[in-house]
Ligand binder design. Structure first.
Ligand SMILES: [Mn+2]
Length: 448
C-alpha cells in the first residue's frame, strides 16, 4: 500500500475537481490547528490558481452549531478539510455541492456528497494521511502543477505528528513525489534544535533540558562545553561540533531520567522545505500558533507564502514558546508531587496544562507513572493526564481511570487511553487524586 494512491480515492478526487470547476464561488471550512490551517492554505492556493472566489472559515471543532452554520452558508459549493467525518449523514442531506477531505475516524460512507478519507481505503488516518495530505492530493488531481504545495502539506503532517515514527501510507507517496520534484528533502534527525542555537536551546521544550532550557547562562555554558561559538545555527555546525553537542545533550537528558525511546522520538527525521529556509516543523508551529491565537487568517496567509504573515506568526510562536519554557523551569524547580502510582503538579494560572503535562512526563517525570496536571485557577479545576506506551502495556487506561476518578467526586472526565482530561470541583481535588491513584494501582494489579 505504501507509496500508492488507491484508484477509488483518485476517482473521488477527480469528481471533486470537476465539481469545483463548475462553480465561481466556494466556501471552505477547516480546523484551526496546524493540519487544518495547512489544508486551508493548500485549498486557497488551488482555488486562486483556478481563478475562483472563495471564503475560508476555521472551526475549533465541528459540532451541531457548526453544521447549522454550514447548512445556512448560502454557497452552492462547500469544501470541508480536516473535519467532517462525524457529520457525513447531515452533510449528505444538504442541498448544495459538498466536498469533504478528512482523516478522522469514519462513521458512515457518503451517499451523495464527495467524501475522501484514508480510512475508506484501508489506510490509517491517524498515522498515514492527514487533512493536509488529502487536500494536497485533491490539489494535484485538479492540476499537476500544484505539486509545489506539498511543502505546505508537510507542515500539516508534522502538525498531526504523523512523522514521529517515520512516514507511512499516503504520506510516503507525498515524500517520494516531493523529493523527486525538488520540494522536500529528508534530513536525519537530531537532539539539537533547528535554527539559531542560542535562541533554539533557550526556548527548547522538545526536549526540556534541565539547566539549559529557559536559562541564558545554561545555554552559553553548554555551547562553550561543546566548543561552539555563540551565534551559530544548527546548519552551520561541523560534523564534529554536532556530534559533541548532541552527546552532551543526551547525557543531560539521561541524567534527568529521560528514556532512550523518548530521545529517539525527539531525534526524528526532519523535512526540509527547499527554498523556504526552514523545516516542516517550523512552519507547522507557526500555523498552529496563529490558529490558536485566533488569527487563523494570518496563518493561512503564512502557509500560502506571505512573508509578513509568516513573520507575525513567528513572533506569536516565540512568545508562547517563551511562556511554556518559563512554566517548565518553574515546574522543574518545584518538582512533581509523587504518589504511589501517579505524579502530579499544579500550574495554577497557566493555559498550557496539557502541553506541560506531556513535556514533564517525557523529560523530568518518573516514566513508570502517569503524569497529572491540574489548573486550580479554573472552577471547576481542569485536569490533564498523560501516559506512556510502556504504562499502557502494563494495564493503565487513563480514559477509564479519569472517567471513574472524576465521577467519584462529582466531576467528569475521559478521552484516550494515553491522554485524558477532566474537571472536578475545587474542594474535591485531594480526594480526586487519592481515588485516581487507587484506580491506577488497581489497573496495574489486575493485569499482572
Ligand atoms: Mn488533522
Amino acid at each position: 500500500m505504501d507509496g500508492q494512491v488507491p484508484s477509488k480515492l483518485l476517482t473521488t478526487l477527480s469528481k471533486a475537481a470537476d465539481i469545483v470547476r463548475g462553480h465561481d464561488f466556494i466556501q471552505v471550512y477547516s480546523h484551526y490547528d496546524a493540519d487544518g490551517v495547512s489544508s486551508a492554505a493548500i485549498i486557497a492556493k488551488t482555488l486562486l490558481r483556478m481563478g475562483k472566489e472563495f471564503r475560508i472559515t476555521l472551526f475549533t471543532t465541528l459540532n451541531d452549531r457548526g453544521i447549522d452554520i454550514i447548512r445556512g452558508c448560502g454557497a452552492k459549493c462547500v469544501i470541508i478539510t480536516d473535519l467532517g467525518a462525524s457529520y457525513i449523514e447531515q452533510l449528505d442531506g444538504m442541498p448544495f455541492d459538498v466536498i469533504v477531505l478528512d482523516h478522522h475516524t469514519i462513521i458512515s460512507e457518503a451517499k451523495r456528497i464527495c467524501y475522501a478519507n484514508p480510512h475508506l481505503y484501508g489506510i490509517d488516518g491517524m498515522t498515514s494521511g492527514c487533512g493536509a495530505t488529502m487536500s494536497l492530493l485533491f490539489a494535484v488531481t485538479a492540476d499537476e502543477r500544484n505539486w509545489d504545495l506539498v511543502q505546505i502539506a508537510f507542515a500539516g503532517i508534522a502538525g498531526d505528528r504523523q512523522h514521529i515514527n517515520g512516514l507511512s501510507g499516503l504520506n510516503t507517496y507525498l515524500l517520494s513525489e516531493g523529493e523527486k520534484r525538488g520540494y522536500i528533502e529528508r534530513m536525519p534527525g537530531s537532539l539539537i534544535p533547528a535554527g539559531d542555537l542560542s535562541e533554539g536551546l533557550y526556548l527548547l521544550t522538545d526536549p526540556y533540558i534541565r539547566g539549559v532550557s529557559g536559562s541564558r547562562e545554561g545555554v552559553s555554558r553548554l555551547l562553550k562545553d561543546a566548543g561552539i561559538a555563540e551565534g551559530k545555527s544548527y546548519s552551520d555546525l561541523t560534523e564534529e561540533e554536532s556530534r559533541k553537542l548532541s552527546s552532551l545533550i543526551a547525557v543531560k537528558l539521561a541524567s534527568q531520567g529521560m528514556l532512550q525511546q523518548s530521545m529517539a522520538e525527539v531525534a526524528r527525521d526532519r523535512y526540509n522545505l527547499k527554498g523556504m529556509g526552514m523545516d516542516a516543523e517550523v512552519l507547522s508551529s507557526v500555523l498552529n500558533s496563529c490558529g490558536r491565537a485566533g488569527i487563523g487568517g494570518t496563518g493561512i496567509a503564512a502557509g500560502m507564502g506571505d512573508r509578513a504573515s509568516f513573520r507575525r506568526g513567528s513572533e506569536i510562536t516565540r512568545e508562547s514558546a517563551d511562556q511554556v519554557v518559563r512554566c517548565m523551569v518553574d515546574l522543574d524547580s518545584a518538582g512533581l508531587n509523587q504518589m504511589e502510582h501517579i505524579q502530579w503538579f499544579d500550574t495554577s494560572d497557566s493555559g498550557f496544562t496539557g502541553m506541560l503535562c506531556g513535556i514533564a512526563m517525557q523529560c523530568i517525570g518518573d516514566p513508570e507513572k502517569p503524569t497529572i496536571g491540574l489548573n486550580k485557577s479554573n472552577v471547576p479545576v481542569n485536569i490533564s493526564s498523560r501516559g506512556m506506551w510502556g504504562q499502557l502495556e502494563k494495564g493503565i487506561d487513563l480514559s477509564v481511570a479519569m472517567r471513574e476518578a472524576c465521577a467519584s467526586v462529582g466531576g467528569v472526565g475521559g478521552g484516550h487511553k494515553i491522554a485524558s482530561g477532566g474537571s472536578v470541583p475545587p474542594d474535591k481535588v485531594d480526594q480526586f487524586l487519592m481515588n485516581l491513584d487507587g484506580i491506577i494501582g488497581k489497573q496495574l494489579g489486575s493485569s499482572s
